[in-house]
Design a protein around this ligand. Structure first.
Ligand code: NFS
Length: 674
């Protein structure tokens, strides 16, 4: 627990005592308050959520309303002007959230595919295909001939094949066939196999406009179809194309914290989601001319840092340090050390433009889709990617001498081991020639590992930010649960110092610790950005194929948790996990809480049909118990050995020199991956 918090006598989830569970963040927030700098934490306190909208009971889909469906018997009696009952309104609102989240991920994926196409056609000189092996692996899945063909031709055909997922009117998404057979059968039986991503999003908007689909079950089934288009479409495409273009991640050492900024170097932050420009900035920032230019302005060098999911992308592939997740973006500027922050799309608070005026920081928007009044706009174009990246880096350098305002500077930093792509996870369990998921399945079957939790989603100023992630991370590994984390879940763990092998030695239950020590991995595996939740689908599929557990994704001792979610994207992710057969637990108030019927469908009915569900539970302790219960129930249903705490392993040992050397070994242990 943080020292300051201990003094206050609280815990990391006590909203009355703290705004962020991260000590460095909390210090900057307090400093900011003393300077009358406004942040999301203050705005969250001031703006209480509307209790009607919060639970999904407000309909504003036409101009006879907005209608508020409230009252003591609202479920049975309340109706909108058109006569829509509460369950219809709540289900429609939820479907729109899924559609918005799917649109965001999948539009990002489309840009990645268009970049791949441009590279394959020789239209851009600045990118190359870094992972040809991955290209071939993807080509094989897509049925694209690759043997003996020029790489760029294969890349072109792969890109065109992916574009079909945005245009085919009938049929099925390409990657549906990657799922276990039984999982696919469930989807076909209930008619939720997506045809194309854009079609499902457009149809979601159509169905939810006034006077169309009024059956909550039917609306929610389309929600699952749209969500599957996200998970097995947008997210998975984005992950694969990003790996092809920029390399499949493998373990790297990096650092995480608001303390990553350097007083004597130019600090440039890449923030947002699409990694193309960030990749170019990483390249350009190490050019000798750029470094010389930075020196000519009095800086010792150029220090790149990441924020939110762009951070995860460049951390996974290059070890670029992260300043943290969603709620850290204002705080990063408030260190006073950020010379420029470049943003593209998604999860960017418009407040940063206003806030930056109190410092010297330049905020640069780069996407034609995402502009902020008060920011500098330098539009990204993949055909001139390096030129634009140089312009941005120069702008940051030119701004270095303008630092004047003292900020809430902090120095804490934590080491991080990241880069656990599903390919690497497979490789680490047997090497290049015997790569498999056998050891993981065996460890689960034996009860060394009780189960697996995907810890994902945003951090949120409505709770002590990152606190619920941290609480669950520690408690789950104590209970021998292996964690795979993404997005701001990874940032929350990283900025707490949790993404290291030491965590296994110091906190993991004995069974999990034994496995982590044998393979040399942390008990929390950072698998990437939010779109890389698709890697978790791939891992679950591989586990099903490996045998010994469930023969479909449903029924695995696995749970997804998004404890501090706030974004519609998190809802889309939760829904695609549920449809794929994973019980999912979300924190906070339920956005469908107004309707018992909708809640019943998303828990009981989905469970029966897909072996997945979506459950909202604001109490962290109950979230933990629920997750363990789901895992133990799945173990019992699979007739696996009953999990017994403390059955495996020996005494707890603290990190010694050998273990520290092991940490270095992991960072280098990627020679077998191409
Ligand atoms: Ni995903 Fe949440 Fe945003 Fe990334 Fe972070 S806020 S839903 S984790 S940065 S997308």
């Amino acid at each position: 627990m943080d020292k300051k918090l201990m003094k206050k006598g609280g815990n990391i989830m006590d909203k009355k005592l703290i705004k962020s569970a991260n000590e460095a963040a909390e210090r900057i927030i307090e400093w900011g308050e003393s300077q009358r700098l406004e942040t999301c934490f203050e705005r969250a306190e001031r703006l209480k959520p509307c209790p009607i909208g919060l639970t999904g009971a407000c309909c504003k889909h036409c101009h006879m309303g907005p209608c508020r469906l409230v009252g003591p018997n609202a479920e049975e009696e309340a109706k909108g002007v058109c006569g829509a009952p509460l369950s219809t309104v709540v289900a429609r609102n939820f479907l729109r959230m899924i559609a918005a989240g799917t649109a965001a991920h999948s539009d990002h994926a489309r840009d990645m595919v268009l970049t791949l196409l441009a590279v394959s056609l020789g239209e851009t000189k600045d990118f190359e295909i870094k992972d040809v092996r991955k290209l071939y692996r993807v080509a094989e899945i897509l049925g694209v001939e690759f043997e003996g063909r020029p790489v760029k031709e294969v890349a072109r055909d792969v890109a065109l094949k992916f574009l079909e997922d945005y245009s085919r009117q009938k049929g099925e998404l390409n990657y549906i066939k990657r799922a276990p057979k039984k999982t696919q059968e469930r989807w076909r039986k209930w008619g939720i196999v997506p045809r194309n991503i854009d079609r499902e999003v457009a149809e979601a908007m159509h169905r939810t406009s006034v006077g169309v689909d009024h059956d909550p079950d039917s609306l929610l089934l389309h929600g699952l179809r749209t969500a599957l288009a996200d998970g097995w479409g947008g997210c998975m495409i984005s992950t694969d194309v990003t790996d092809i273009l920029f390399g499949t991640p493998r373990p790297v050492k990096a650092e995480a914290s608001l303390g990553i900024f350097k007083e004597d170097e130019v600090n440039l932050v890449v923030h947002g989601h699409e990694p193309s420009l960030a990749e170019m900035i990483v390249d350009v920032a190490s050019e000798p001319e750029m470094i010389a230019y930075a020196r000519s302005k009095g800086a010792k060098g150029i220090n790149l840092g990441g924020m939110c999911c762009t951070a995860n992308e460049v951390l996974m592939r290059h070890g670029i340090p992260t300043a943290g997740g969603f709620t850290n973006q204002e705080l990063g500027i408030m260190t006073g050390l950020v010379d420029a922050i470049t943003v593209d799309v998604q999860c960017i608070m418009p407040a940063i433009a206003e806030l930056s005026k109190r410092f010297h920081t330049k905020v640069i928007t780069t996407s034609e889709k995402a502009k902020i009044p008060g920011a500098i706009h330098i539009e990204y174009d993949e055909h001139r990617a390096k030129e634009i990246a140089r312009q941005i880096v120069k702008l940051a350098i030119d701004n270095f001498p303008n630092r004047k305002t003292k900020g809430g500077y902090v120095t804490d930093r934590y080491p991080v081991i990241a880069g656990f792509s599903h390919e690497y996870i497979e490789y680490m369990q047997g090497g290049r020639w015997r790569a498999s998921f056998r050891p993981l399945n065996d460890a689960i079957m034996a009860g060394r590992i009780r189960g697996v939790v995907g810890l994902a989603g945003c951090d949120n100023p409505r709770v002590p930010s990152t606190g619920v992630h941290r609480f669950l991370a520690i408690e789950l590994i104590k209970n021998d649960v292996l964690i795979v984390s993404t997005g701001c879940g990874s940032a929350a763990c990283g900025t707490a110092g949790y993404l290291t092998p030491e965590m296994a030695l110091e906190h993991a239950g004995p069974g999990l610790r034994e496995v982590c020590e044998a393979i040399g991995i942390p008990p929390i595996l950072h698998v990437g950005a939010c779109v890389d939740n698709s890697r978790i689908l791939t891992i679950a599929t591989a586990m099903a194929h490996e045998g010994g557990l469930s023969d479909e994704i449903g029924g695995m001792p696995a749970v997804g948790i998004a404890p501090e979610w706030m974004s519609e994207k998190a809802i889309a992710i939760g829904a695609y996990f549920a449809a794929s057969g994973v019980p999912v637990i979300f924190g906070g108030e339920s956005p469908v809480g107004a309707s018992k019927e909708v809640t019943r469908i998303m828990t009981e009915v989905w469970w029966e049909r897909f072996k997945g569900s979506m459950y909202f539970e604001p109490d962290p302790e109950r979230m933990l118990q629920l997750a363990l219960q789901y895992i133990d129930n799945a173990r019992a249903a699979l007739k696996l050995r009953k999990y017994e705490p403390g059955r495996f392993g020996t005494e707890r040992v603290l990190m010694d020199m050998a273990a520290r050397r092991e940490l270095d070994r992991i960072a280098k242990a990627h020679s077998g991956l191409g």
